[in-house]
Design a protein around this ligand. Structure first.
Ligand code: GLY
Length: 464
């Protein structure tokens, strides 16, 4: 938890934007896995953490936007809880630690909100993403389940995003810690990978590195020789010689700040020439993106610049033909990179996406494209100093997608479909760094860049 002054200042800045009604912030509850008392690891809501720092279940807060009064609602533990969990700090003491003077039992939350509604005041709430909080909102405010997204407060959403978007120095320091552990996690995988191992063995050791120094992974680890499946969570395969293995994994440390990195490794420790040729295109796109990032440029422009490098590279390999700019306009790159260049990262690995992907990733006036790839760009905004974003270009050969485009004749004038057939067993390559936008330019977060060049990867693999 940060010093209480951090939370006080954030709430003060929130009230500079929200001047009417009451603001409702719901924390998360425990979630049962396979029976009531066997629960998933508790994860607090990130916006609740951002404004109140308290990492405990079953808390909520109300801020009166007109008077500034703040109340944290929660229940002190009783003797039964103490028997199982040990003594716990009083809610009042926890609230005082984050600069909130007033607390009340959780059951009083309903009375507080009913009183506000009775007076005709607006109760601003954020879009709920957990069923528990959907039920709670329904009980507290009478909002129908199918209207919660529409009735969530747009001014509140925008105010929260405006505060959380650019990271404070104390947040950057936490993200650096997550990236430091993320570095160790990836280097461990590079050193231990051997042909004949099961993918899951590497996942297990990587996640052990993560959990021994953090609290959890920031998302389910992706580690697969079938890297052409973008989010492949199957780790059953045995590593075989001559394949590429995509490893996309990140850490969430105890303050809940995240890392997210991807590397692609040759299973036997050496890339084939064909693999190197594609790998170096992805690396050039990744390098370009970092070098292009600076305040004032939009990440949409950077995405398109990275796509230009990918299209030019694939043209050099004879897989595409035509004018590069024309191909990028036509969206040819979507066949090979059907995802966006990156996303925001912070307290969530896809930061704030619960509040609405377009509110988070698009400036007013920017609209989301429909093209494959560009349409999946989660972060298109104009960059400002303090933004933390991922830079994760990739090239994938997805036989089903290639066959679909071929059958439909989609962009057929640019694509050498017959040559592409020899890439159907290639897999995919993704290379991802976490970037901090600086007053001028951008820098990679973490203790150093995780080994990434062909030479660096080949030197570290099979080295011990
Ligand atoms: N790195 C995983 C994701 O961005 O979803």
């Amino acid at each position: 938890m940060f010093d209480k002054s951090v939370y006080i200042s954030r709430r003060k800045r929130l009230l500079e934007q929200m001047k009417d009604g009451v603001l409702l912030l719901l924390g998360n509850s425990e979630a049962s896995c396979n029976y009531r008392d066997n629960q998933y690891q508790f994860r607090q809501d990130s916006t609740f953490l951002y404004f109140f720092g308290l990492d405990k279940p079953d808390l909520a807060a109300v801020i009166d936007a007109e008077t500034g009064e703040e109340i944290i609602f929660g229940d002190d533990v009783d003797i039964d809880d103490i028997i199982w969990m040990g003594p716990q700090p009083l809610i009042a003491d926890q609230a005082a630690d984050v600069g909130v003077a007033k607390t009340a039992p959780f059951a009083k939350l309903a009375d507080c909100l009913k009183e506000a509604q009775r007076k005709g005041r607006t109760v601003h709430f954020l879009p709920p993403y957990r069923n528990h909080n959907k039920i709670l909102l329904h009980q507290l405010l009478g909002v129908g389940f199918d209207e919660m997204k529409e009735r969530a407060s747009v001014p509140f959403i925008k105010a929260v995003i405006s505060l959380r978007h650019a990271k404070e120095p104390c947040e950057i320091a936490e993200i650096e810690k997550a990236c430091t552990l993320g570095y160790a996690m990836h280097v461990t995988a590079m050193k231990m990978m051997r042909v004949g191992m099961r993918e899951q063995e590497i996942v297990g050791i990587m996640e052990g590195v993560c959990r021994s120094g953090g609290v959890m992974t920031s998302f389910p680890t992706i580690l697969s020789q079938h890297g052409e499946t973008l989010h492949n969570h199957n780790h059953d395969a045995i590593l075989t010689e001559g394949r590429l293995c995509v490893i996309d994994a990140g850490v969430e440390i105890d303050s809940h700040y995240c890392s997210d990195n991807t590397r692609t490794l040759p299973t036997g420790g050496k890339f084939t020439q064909k693999q190197k040729d594609v790998y170096n295109i992805v690396l050039a796109a990744n390098d370009y993106a970092r070098e292009a990032c600076r305040p004032g440029i939009t990440y949409r422009e950077v995405h398109l610049g990275a796509c230009t490098i990918i299209v030019q590279g694939l043209k050099n390999l004879g897989l595409l033909h035509g004018d590069v700019d024309e191909m990028v306009d036509a969206g040819v790159q979507g066949l090979f990179m059907p995802h966006g260049l990156g996303h925001n990262m912070g307290l969530d690995v896809h930061d704030m996406e619960d509040l609405g992907e377009d509110y988070v990733g698009y400036d007013p006036g920017q609209t989301r494209a429909k093209q494959l790839g560009l349409g999946s760009l989660r972060m298109a905004r104009k960059l400002v100093a303090g933004h933390v974003i991922t830079d994760e270009p990739g090239i994938y050969f997805i036989p089903a997608l290639i066959e679909k485009w071929k059958k439909e004749g989609h962009n057929a004038q640019y694509i050498n479909f017959s040559k592409l057939e020899s890439y159907y067993d290639f897999g995919g390559i993704r290379l991802e760094d976490d970037l901090l936008i600086m007053p001028k330019g951008a820098r990679i977060l973490g203790p150093a860049r995780i080994p990434i060049t062909v030479e660096e990867i080949e030197n570290i693999m099979y080295s011990d």
